[in-house]
Design a protein around this ligand. Structure first.
Ligand SMILES: Nc1ncnc2c1ncn2[C@@H]1O[C@H](COP(=O)(O)OP(=O)(O)OP(=O)(O)O)[C@@H](O)[C@H]1O
Length: 295
C-alpha cells in the first residue's frame, strides 16, 4: 500500500467486488489496498472497464464489497447513514438522466444535496438555501434556478449535479467523470474549483478520462483489469511510465519545456504515441508563429 503524505482519509484493504451475481458474476475489483490522504486530490485513471467507477462506488459504500473500507478511520459500515452522507458526497457518472428529476427545478435538484442536513419533513433552513445558492453560483447555474432540470443540455445538467454535490458541504467529494459534457472553459472552472476545495482541506477523488487534467492532481491511482497497477505522485516519472504501460504505450507523457510552464502549472502533457514520436517540435499553438508547446 502506498503511504499518503497526510493522514489517511479513505483507506481500502483487500477491497474485492463481484458484480452480476450467480453464474454471470464477475470479479471486478480484485483485493485492492490503497490509502487516500486528507486534503488531497486523487485521480483514478485507467482503460475502459478497468473498474474505476466500481472502485469509486465501493469507496462511497454504494456497492456490496468484501474487505475493508475506512472513512476517517471508521469502517464505512459503522457510520450512521446521515452522518456519512454529510461527510462524503458523490457525483454519479452520466448526468444522472435516470434519476427521475426531470420535473424538478434546478434549485430543487441542488437542494437534494442538503437532505443529509435536514430533519424529516422539515422545510429547508436559511443555511440550506444559502448553501444551494452558493453552489449554483459556483457552477454558474444560478441563472437557470427556476428551469426544469429535464430541459437542460447535458453540460448544463452536469453543472447542476456538481452544484448538488457542492451543496452537501462534505469533507470528502467523490466524482465520477465530472468533466463529461463540460466545454473547455467549464472544465477549467472545475479544475479551479477542485484546487479551491483542496486548499480548504477537503479531499477530492475523481475518475477522469482526461489525462491532461488528471495530471494536475496530487496523485494518480492507476487501475487495470480490476487491479491497482500504481499509486503515486502525478509528477513522478514512475507514475508517468505506469500510465503509458496501462494504456499499452499508445499514449506518451511528455515534459513541457520550461518556458511553457507559468508558476504552478504542471509540466507534462499526454499525447498520442504517434505524435510524441515525431522527431521535431510538436506545435499546439493556435495563433502566431511561436506560441506553441515545445516538447
Ligand atoms: N452489473 C454488472 N455485472 C457484471 N459486470 C459488470 C457490471 N457492471 C459493470 N461490470 C463490469 O465491471 C467492469 C468494470 O466496470 P466499471 O464501470 O467499474 O469500469 P470503468 O473503469 O469505470 O470503465 P469506463 O472507463 O468504461 O467507464 C467492466 O468490465 C464491466 O463490464
Amino acid at each position: 500500500m502506498n503511504t499518503p503524505h497526510t493522514t489517511p482519509c479513505l483507506t481500502a484493504h483487500g477491497l474485492t467486488v463481484e458484480l452480476g451475481g450467480g453464474r454471470a458474476g464477475r470479479l471486478v475489483l480484485k483485493g485492492l489496498d490503497l490509502a487516500i490522504g486528507a486534503g488531497r486530490w486523487i485521480s483514478i485513471v485507467g482503460p475502459n472497464g478497468a473498474g474505476k467507477s466500481t472502485l469509486l462506488r465501493a469507496l462511497a459504500g454504494l456497492l456490496p464489497y468484501q474487505g475493508q473500507v475506512r472513512l476517517l478511520g471508521r469502517s464505512l459500515t459503522d457510520w450512521p447513514h446521515k452522518e456519512r452522507a454529510r461527510t462524503l458526497a458523490w457525483l454519479a457518472q452520466g448526468g444522472a438522466s435516470d434519476m427521475g428529476a426531470d420535473d424538478l427545478t434546478v434549485r430543487d435538484v441542488a437542494m437534494l444535496g442538503r437532505l443529509p442536513h435536514q430533519g424529516w419533513i422539515a422545510p429547508p433552513s436559511p443555511a440550506d438555501h444559502a448553501a444551494v445558492e452558493a453552489a449554483l453560483r459556483q457552477t454558474h447555474a444560478w441563472d437557470w434556478r427556476d428551469r426544469p432540470f429535464g430541459a437542460l443540455s447535458g453540460g448544463e445538467r452536469q453543472r447542476v449535479l456538481l452544484a448538488r454535490l457542492l451543496a452537501v458541504q462534505a469533507q470528502v467529494l467523490l466524482m465520477d467523470e465530472p468533466l463529461a459534457n463540460l466545454d473547455p472553459p467549464h472544465q477549467a472552472d472545475w479544475l479551479a474549483l477542485v484546487r479551491e476545495l483542496v486548499a480548504q482541506g477537503r479531499t477530492v477523488v475523481s475518475v477522469l478520462h482526461e489525462l491532461n487534467v488528471a495530471l494536475h492532481a496530487d496523485e494518480l491511482i492507476i487501475l487495470a483489469e480490476g487491479g491497482l497497477r500504481h499509486q503515486g505522485s502525478a509528477t513522478a516519472a514512475s507514475t508517468h511510465r505506469a500510465l503509458e504501460a496501462v494504456f499499452e504505450h499508445r499514449i506518451s507523457v511528455q515534459a513541457l519545456t520550461a518556458w511553457y510552464r507559468p508558476n504552478g502549472m504542471p509540466g507534462w502533457v499526454v499525447l498520442p504515441r504517434w505524435q510524441a514520436a515525431h522527431p521535431n517540435v510538436v506545435n499546439v499553438c493556435s495563433t502566431g508563429a511561436d506560441s506553441g508547446a515545445h516538447i
